[in-house]
Design a protein around this ligand. Structure first.
Ligand code: SF4
Length: 245
């Protein structure tokens, strides 16, 4: 079983998800790409995409601070789906300046400094990838956080060039995702087995305790309204970046 909680049966919305995904890929490929952090949701989507089109596009951002388990998972999913993973990286000069000026853990100092790190390591690379795309796909779910309750299956993403944003799993819940993974014997990040429920960069993610919100382990020192990295909810861009994108 994936993770700790697996006791109840729930509807999956699987047909809807596959329909949304297939329509989007047929309409936009090759200018449509999945943003994968190798979450359970992303693995479900990669599996579905590989069935629709064997050269469906997937990218992942190597922030430089990922867990070893995430890299391991990425390789296993690549093998299981046959999909190429387009790895992208932050601009080295921005990371270099950040670390030289502020050290390796500046994101713990304040919300502004946390956003600065996410901006450099995640948001800027995302903008670079999405520039020129017609659509992107995410594994976002409405029930993940208070910031995600207004999601739609297909929406215009005004934060990212006005391209189309596709959220096939938005009405899935935890059990539906885990069941799909298990039914298809897909690999997954082993951190889920030790209490992690939402996995990002290593220093900003921890396992949760029973009863805690699934995203409680992300930036656990911040409030729920703040628990976004800027990939899906925009915040003011730091002004000391070398790039304007
Ligand atoms: Fe930096 Fe943490 Fe954001 Fe990763 S999650 S980019 S380490 S602040």
């Amino acid at each position: 079983m994936v993770g700790r909680n697996n006791e109840k049966t729930v509807p999956t919305g699987r047909d809807k998800a596959e329909q949304v995904l297939q329509s989007a890929i047929e309409e936009f490929h090759p200018a449509i790409i999945l943003a994968s952090s190798f979450s359970l949701e992303d693995i479900v989507l990669m599996h579905m995409m590989s069935k629709i089109m064997n050269d469906a596009r997937v990218f992942a951002i190597d922030t430089g601070r990922l867990n070893e388990e995430t890299y391991q998972c990425a390789e296993e999913v690549r093998g299981a789906t046959g999909l190429k993973i387009e790895w992208v990286f932050p601009r080295y000069e921005d990371v270099q300046k950040l670390e030289q000026d502020k050290g390796l853990f500046s994101f713990r100092n304040s919300l502004e400094e946390r956003h600065e790190c996410c901006q450099i390591r995640k948001v800027e690379p995302l903008l670079r990838v999405l520039e020129g795309q017609k659509a992107w796909i995410t594994g976002l779910r409405r029930d993940q956080n208070v910031t995600r309750t207004e999601l739609k299956h297909v929406e215009i993403d005004d934060t990212h060039y006005g391209i189309t944003k596709v959220n096939p799993l938005l009405d899935w819940d935890d059990q539906a995702v885990k069941r799909y993974i298990e039914e298809h014997s897909l690999p997954y990040n082993s951190l889920y087995n030790i209490g992690y429920t939402s996995i990002g960069c290593a220093p900003c993610t921890r396992a949760i305790e029973p009863g805690e919100h699934p995203r409680a382990g992300r930036w656990w020192w911040e409030t729920p309204e703040q628990k976004e990295c800027g990939l899906h909810v925009s915040y003011p861009v730091q002004k000391n970046l070398s790039s304007n994108t």
